[in-house]
Design a protein around this ligand. Structure first.
Ligand code: HEC
Length: 103
């Protein structure tokens, strides 16, 4: 009984981690990737540093998966050649800094 509990607890972080739609990502790289490829249009539309794009009223995203999907579709427009892990890192970074979705 007790052993089972320990085994369960040991697996818990893995299970929680798997819930992130972007999996395990390297947040260190995200900001520079983002700033290089992702601000031009957003600044053209909203001025400043473009981050109002992520904070605007009536934005259509409501969870992490949608952030990731949006990053993927914007990334497809710029044709930056990012790997999926890089899209994931930027999505995770955007969520951490702007969206703050829990799920
Ligand atoms: C070619 C211009 C362009 C580039 C470059 C671009 N985007 Fe966008 N992005 C848009 C437009 C236009 C919208 C708004 C779409 C809408 O209103 O439905 C948008 C919206 C978004 C949103 C959703 C904002 C919200 O909360 O409503 C995210 C997230 C996003 N972009 C991420 C990125 C990322 C990450 C990159 C870099 C890979 C990127 N974008 C590069 C044009 C661009």
């Amino acid at each position: 009984m007790r052993l089972k509990t320990i085994a369960f607890l040991a697996l818990l972080p893995v299970a929680l981690h798997a819930e992130e739609p972007w999996g395990k990502v390297d947040l260190q790289t995200a900001k520079s990737l983002h700033d290089k490829a992702c601000t031009s249009c957003h600044i053209r539309m909203y001025g400043g540093d473009g981050s109002k794009m992520y904070l605007r009223d009536g934005r259509m995203l409501s969870n992490k998966l949608e952030v990731l999907q949006r990053v993927t579709s914007c990334n497809a427009m710029v044709n930056s050649g990012w790997f999926p892990e890089e899209e994931g890192a930027v999505a995770a970074w955007l969520n951490q800094h702007y969206y703050r979705f829990e799920n």
